[in-house]
Design a protein around this ligand. Structure first.
Ligand code: SF4
Length: 367
């Protein structure tokens, strides 16, 4: 039959230049990538590689590691070589670590303009080394470390200040013909951050790395990031994203992927359609949804699973989904692709759904 039409998106992607972060393309028509950053000491090679492996398994596309010292710079070649996803070296202050990261085989280097003034006379060398090695750069402007000259001019890290800082830094690289960079203008306030990216997107066609910096602990950070990224992505702004949470980095990746999936910017994988429950519920919907979610974690096929508390909307939603349950009277009607395949007692609902999901996954064509 006809191939299915791609799911609708809220706005076409704004055109941006495309750069390479190792094997991952960023910008242009490349899929929006998800990034995270390791929390281990980079010198702890095994710990760092283990965390990168976990991030990779979670679906992370690009990983960043901090390089605060020479010892960190010295182990980059091992990490860059053994990581399955491109590694970005995060460098403040020290141009010599930029060269070290390029030599070590890192896919990209992140530099911070607030700290880069002293790089001015070194930009030419960095641009040349990056060009020779096919390494890209992220210009990472951060509200907390804005260039003093710009802080004096604006008095606060306003959207205009963040953008001016970013464009000034970009111009330093442009002077040497270097354009293989992406830009971020992070702020902890989603409103300021969104405005800054909107202005930046109007002012240049460099790929944009979205981030709400210091977004906070899991709950708050997830909401701030989802709101801010949602506002921008729904206008087609953003080429790669990093959710910052005071939580393990794999969680950042899960949130990032879910944000993209919610906007149809990445094919949906597992999606649980569960009702909020109400006075009509005849099962414990929360526990049921939680257990089904846990049982299906890691399933790598697109699957919409409906978990419904009663027979009012239950059968309807369960029928629309690939798989579902509508509960009532201590039993669950199990639906597969719209048909009731069996009715099981309440205590067998979870195991039945998991078994059916795995069966569907096995029969699914490789994607
Ligand atoms: Fe309430 Fe039933 Fe709707 Fe769940 S499906 S919210 S239990 S009416």
């Amino acid at each position: 039959g006809m191939p299915a039409a791609p799911p609708p998106v809220l706005a076409p992607r704004r055109p941006t230049r495309q750069i390479k972060v190792g094997k991952v393309l960023v910008g242009g028509d490349a899929p929006i990538s998800v990034q995270s950053m390791t929390t281990t000491k980079t010198t702890d090679i095994n710990g760092t590689l283990q965390q990168i492996a976990e991030l990779t398994a979670t679906g992370c596309d690009i990983v960043r590691v901090a390089v605060p010292s020479q010892d960190d710079a010295d182990v980059l070649h091992i990490i860059a070589k053994k990581s399955q996803i491109p590694v970005i070296a995060d460098i403040h202050f020290q141009p010599k670590y930029v060269y070290a990261a390029i030599d070590a085989g890192c896919a990209a280097v992140r530099v911070n303009p607030g700290n880069i003034r002293q790089f001015d006379d070194q930009v030419k060398g960095i641009a040349q080394a990056a060009t020779d090695a096919g390494v890209s750069i992220r210009i990472g402007v951060n509200a907390g470390s804005l260039d003093k000259r710009i802080m004096d001019k604006y008095g606060a890290p306003t959207p205009e200040a963040l953008v001016e800082s970013a464009l000034w830094e970009a111009s330093l690289f442009e002077e040497h013909g270097f354009r293989d960079f992406k830009i971020s203008v992070k702020h902890h306030d989603p409103v300021v951050m969104v405005r800054a990216y909107e202005l930046l997107s109007d002012a240049c066609d460099y790929p944009l790395h979205l981030g709400v910096t210091e977004a906070g602990p899991s709950f708050q950070g997830t909401i701030k990031s989802a709101v801010a990224f949602g506002a921008l992505l729904s206008k087609g702004i953003g080429d790669t994203i990093r959710v910052s949470l005071s939580a393990p980095p794999a969680k950042e990746v899960k949130v990032g992927i879910k944000i993209l999936e919610s906007l149809n910017l990445r094919p949906r994988q597992l999606e649980i359609v569960s009702c909020p429950s109400c006075g009509r519920a005849q099962v414990d919907v929360y526990t049921l949804a939680e257990n089904v979610t846990k049982g299906l974690e890691g399933l790598k096929v697109p699957l919409r699973v409906a978990v419904m508390g009663c027979v009012v909307n239950g059968p309807g939603e369960a029928r629309e989904a690939d798989l579902g349950v509508a509960s009532g009277n201590g039993k669950g009607q199990i639906f597969v692709k719209g048909k009731v395949i069996k009715t099981v007692p309440e205590d067998q609902i979870v195991e039945t759904l998991i078994a059916e999901a795995n069966r569907i996954a096995e029969e699914a064509p490789e994607g």
